[in-house]
Design a protein around this ligand. Structure first.
Ligand code: NDP
Ligand code: X2W
Length: 345
């Protein structure tokens, strides 16, 4: 059994980690932390977990997080994560960080979009935690930067097209719609029920901080610097992301080549499901799971391919992917604890 601590267990991704790990056959959660809830029982903060886990929240300190753990999930806001992760590593645990603090290869990019990086040396060591692309390095990692939710949905949609050189990498446009839990559990006017319900809006157009993360990984896949137009939208649902990706096909590329590229990259993948031709996925079909469901269509009128990708932002976009990364780091089967079928309705 691997002993696990969760920093920031009172937030939405922390809760989702607990939901998954409570039934994980090879992991046991020993420690949960939150500054505001320290001293309270988990079941008092999250009554839905009553009977599944009887832990008490403790304060978020490196000493507490490493006292009885082999691996720590840091489900903390950006900046707060990098403030404690160097000390966690010094104390000998492995870390899967759900924030953006260890997703970037170049500290200057992080600093341009976030803030000063207080542990830039660790960026050279951390591994971007997208299992389909990096499972071999994840297996050897001590520190994994778990991908952002929008990047996960967009990178999985784009990868076959770039790996097989089927599209002009500079033509990529991604239009994404997220449920409100993507903004975390904290209260704010933008996620207030009356501000979100019955409406639908774009936000942070051409300036969302996931743009450099997406471009970093698209550039690796394309073998050259890539720029993307990325527009996120907030939709009135609790969970889920649907991303629509548009790309210009290179001259002469056929629909059969596009189909073969998706089957080549994902044919054996446990968590990427390719929809039957003509069926486009709903966020409902991946709810509460680590699946990314993909569908595409070549439009012969425009010479573009349109790809639709759906994930659950809290599971595949955060905590499910984090557990998958833990499984790889510990040498477990990738789907250990992640085998559940989606919920419906
Ligand atoms: N929600 C989502 O869909 C996704 C979120 N992420 C990332 O995962 C991380 C967690 O997100 P989420 O669970 O949604 O966030 P929440 O706001 O729901 O939870 C944040 C958690 O961190 C703790 N916390 C807040 N501020 C600090 C601080 N300064 N120092 C230490 N602890 C702090 C909070 O508890 P307390 O204040 O009591 O200590 C709480 O437990 C973030 O980095 C987020 O960007 C990534 C992908 C998807
Ligand atoms: C709906 C919503 O607000 N979504 C969040 C994305 C959450 C996410 O993936 O988080 P990271 O901050 O860890 O990169 C946003 O747009 O900021």
């Amino acid at each position: 059994m691997v002993r696990v601590a969760i920093a920031g267990a009172s937030g939405y991704t922390g809760f989702e980690l607990l939901r998954i790990l409570c039934r994980h056959p090879r992991a046991t959660v020993t420690t949960i932390t939150s500054r505001a809830n320290a001293g309270e029982a988990l079941a008092d903060v999250y009554p839905s977990l009553r009977g599944h886990c009887d832990l008490i929240f403790q304060d978020t300190t490196p000493e507490i997080l490493t006292a009885d753990a082999d691996l720590v999930f840091t489900a903390l806001p950006h900046q707060a994560a990098m403030e404690i992760i160097p000390e966690l590593l010094n104390r000998g645990v492995k870390v899967v960080d759900l924030s953006a603090d260890f997703r970037f290869r170049d500290p200057a990019v992080y600093q341009a979009w976030y803030q000063e990086h207080t542990a830039p040396d660790l960026l050279a060591e951390s591994v971007y935690g997208l299992p389909e692309l990096y499972r071999d390095t994840i297996a050897r990692a001590r520190l994994v930067g778990n991908p952002g939710c929008y990047p996960t949905s967009i990178l999985l949609a784009a990868a076959p097209l770039l790996v097989h050189r089927l599209v002009d990498p500079q033509s990529l446009i991604a239009d994404s719609k997220s449920g409100v839990s993507g903004a975390g559990r904290g209260l704010s006017l933008t996620t207030h029920f009356c501000e979100v319900n019955d409406g639908f809006r774009a936000y942070k157009v051409a300036e969302h901080r996931h743009t450099p993360e997406i471009e970093q990984e698209l550039s690796v896949l394309a073998g050259r610097q890539v720029r993307i137009s990325f527009t996120p939208h907030l939709v009135p649902m609790s969970r889920g992301i649907l991303s629509t990706l548009y790309a210009q096909l290179r001259a002469g590329v056929t629909a059969e080549q596009v189909r073969d590229a998706y089957h080549d990259l994902y044919g054996k993948e446990r968590f990427v499901r390719l929809c039957p031709q003509g069926q486009f996925p709903s966020t409902l079909q991946v709810r509460g799971t680590n699946y990314c469901d993909l569908a595409w269509k070549v439009d012969p009128r425009t010479g573009r391919v349109v790809v639709v990708s759906v994930i659950d932002n809290l599971t595949r976009g955060a905590s499910g992917q984090a557990v998958c990364n833990m499984n790889i780091m510990m040498g477990f089967d990738e789907d250990c604890g992640l085998e559940d079928a989606p919920w419906l309705p």
